[in-house]
Write a protein that binds this ligand. Structure first.
Ligand code: ZN
Length: 272
């Protein structure tokens, strides 16, 4: 396989760790050029530090650490403001003037497209149309990313996602034995991410579990502190062998392929 360039577009530092770290480490190990682009510095993330410039700087530092572990050749931040999340999970009413969610799609896509052209990228990863669990910045990654690939003529676009089916099954099962907290609605997951039938790529990343875990660990400001359990903190406590099982697969959708397509590598069925 000839070496190619893959650009991974994410909303905030740490999104790459959860969704695509294994695939990034795999492509880098295979000799491809891996570029990581984030839209924001995640300066409204969950941390002990006050939201703002200081947290943004800390999170970018963590992003570089994660990128180094994964073998990235280049890291860019588009510099938009983290739009944040309202307590009910929607668009936050109070947000910075340059919030990513308020950015003009054409303008933001133009900036990403410039990087795609410069890199002669063969592949761009974005998010599914739902933005995974629905963070407004993640929905915006889908919109901006899709348009950027059009502008730059990037041949392959993959939506990084999670197979919703086992998630929904596990939550239904858990619901029979466990009373969810009142502010947690498991039905939200019935429309989050992507149903298994739409997923075209199942990438086995078990061999890169160590790098994926190290990438998560690099985002220390999100893994500790704050006033409750953080997703990252919980995940980092999963013992190694179990971790490889749970995080052994990364899922993608390529919309130009017929549903039911089952590929194993991001560059499989690469248009010639
Ligand atoms: Zn995010």
């Amino acid at each position: 396989m000839p070496p190619r360039t893959a650009v991974f577009f994410h909303a905030h530092p740490d999104d790459e760790a959860l969704l695509t770290a294994g695939t990034m480490a795999m492509l880098a190990a295979e000799g491809h050029r891996v570029v990581l682009v984030v839209a924001t510095a995640g300066e409204r993330g969950l941390a002990d530090l006050e939201p703002g410039e200081q947290l943004g700087k800390q999170r970018l530092k963590e992003l570089y650490e994660s990128a180094a572990v994964l073998g990235c050749a280049r890291v860019e931040c588009l510099g938009y403001g983290d739009s944040g999340l309202s307590p009910t999970g929607g668009v936050a009413a109070e947000r910075p003037g340059n919030a990513f969610i308020d950015a003009d799609t054409e303008e933001a896509a133009g900036r990403l497209a410039a990087i795609l052209r410069e890199e002669e990228a063969g592949l761009l990863t974005i998010y599914d149309p739902a933005g995974g669990y629905g963070h407004p910045d993640h929905v915006q990654v889908h919109r901006v990313g899709r348009r950027a690939a059009e502008l730059a003529g990037t041949p392959v676009v993959l939506e990084a996602t999670v197979n919703r089916d086992p998630l929904v099954r596990a939550l239904r099962l858990a619901g029979r034995f466990y009373r969810f907290p009142p502010d947690f609605d498991p039905r939200v997951f019935e429309s989050a991410y992507t149903p298994g039938a739409e997923i075209t790529h199942r990438v086995n990343v078990r061999r890169y579990a160590r790098q994926k875990r190290a990438s998560m660990a690099a985002h220390a400001s999100q893994a500790a502190g704050g006033d409750g359990e953080r997703t990252l903190a919980v995940m980092l406590r999963i013992p190694g062998p179990l971790y490889r099982l749970v995080f052994g697969t990364e899922w993608f959708v390529r919309r130009d392929l017929p549903p039911g397509t089952r590929l194993r590598h991001p560059f499989d069925a690469f248009p010639s």
